[in-house]
Design a protein around this ligand. Structure first.
Ligand SMILES: CC(=O)[C@@H](O)[C@H](O)COP(=O)(O)O
Ligand SMILES: NCC(=O)COP(=O)(O)O
Length: 249
């Protein structure tokens, strides 16, 4: 079975919008794990817009208690700043099972591209070594069709994560075949080089099954934005009924 790692960034978005403690990121993560999710993913960003360093510490403790994986995502080149100690420092504190390196720039709305090995390879090599020395499995975020995906293995990475945003967009338009074929081809090239294959971004209940069926030996998907949104629809009716019961005379 493909592992499902639930990304709980969006719970922190909601919490931070009021500045308090609710909704509680750890409680939400626990609910995901109690429901059978295989792991938890977070992508703390340098501007601390959602997940903060203290969330990472708390989620590391939770996932350790449950005996499941924490997947920590981030840009290894983003400099530390107030409230963000830097990706390697976060990994040193939390010791996530998996560190997924993502080349996001500052102020990016969300992740929208993977590494370019022609440009980034030699910078990545020492960062990967540093994370491996901490005991983390290292995964690199890549676009489907990236040139020379085998380079990730030569740099010391264990896995790639396929950026599935373009596939999700194509699926929503009703013409996913080419995007899916590009993902499958990159997955095969990565596997031939000894890399494991993860995937994520904008996967949802409409596009997931077709994706998982087309990618050979897919190991893990990380899903957040759609899953948390869908959970609101799934839970709203019961929650409204609970409030109405409270208001009954
Ligand atoms: C790396 C990746 O694919 C992203 O989906 C990311 O984890 C989402 O980050 P935001 O929740 O900040 O959009
Ligand atoms: N790595 C992808 C991820 O963690 C979740 O992406 P999304 O489902 O929030 O788009």
């Amino acid at each position: 079975m493909v592992a499902l790692s639930v990304n709980v960034n969006k719970i922190a978005v909601l919490r931070n919008s009021r500045g308090g403690a609710d909704p509680d990121v750890v409680r939400a993560a626990r609910a995901c794990l109690d429901a059978g999710a295989h792991g938890i993913t977070v992508h703390p960003r340098p501007d601390a817009r959602h997940i903060r360093a203290d969330d990472v510490t708390a989620l590391a403790a939770l996932t350790r208690d449950y005996g499941v994986e924490l997947n920590l995502e981030g840009n290894p080149f983003a400099p530390p700043r107030s409230g963000y100690p830097g990706f390697a420092q976060l990994c040193a504190q939390a010791r996530p099972a998996q560190a997924t390196l993502v080349p996001d720039g500052d102020g990016q709305l969300t992740s929208d591209h993977g590494f370019d090995f022609g440009r980034d390879a030699e910078k990545l090599r020492p960062r990967i070594a540093e994370l491996k020395a901490l005991g983390c499995r290292v995964s690199l975020f890549v676009d489907a069709g990236v040139a020379d995906v085998a380079r990730a293995a030569e740099l010391g990475a264990d896995r790639i994560e396929l950026y599935t945003g373009p596939y999700a967009e194509a699926h929503a338009r009703g013409d996913a075949a080419a995007a899916l074929a590009a993902c499958a081809a990159t997955a095969r090239q990565a596997q031939a080089a000894g890399l494991g294959v993860n995937a994520g971004h904008d996967l949802n209940q409409q596009n997931l099954r077709e994706f998982a069926a087309a990618i050979p030996n897919l190991l893990e998907v990380s899903i957040g934005h759609a899953l948390i949104g869908e959970a609101l629809y799934a839970g709203l009716a019961d929650t409204v009924k609970a409030y109405l019961r409270l208001l009954k005379g």
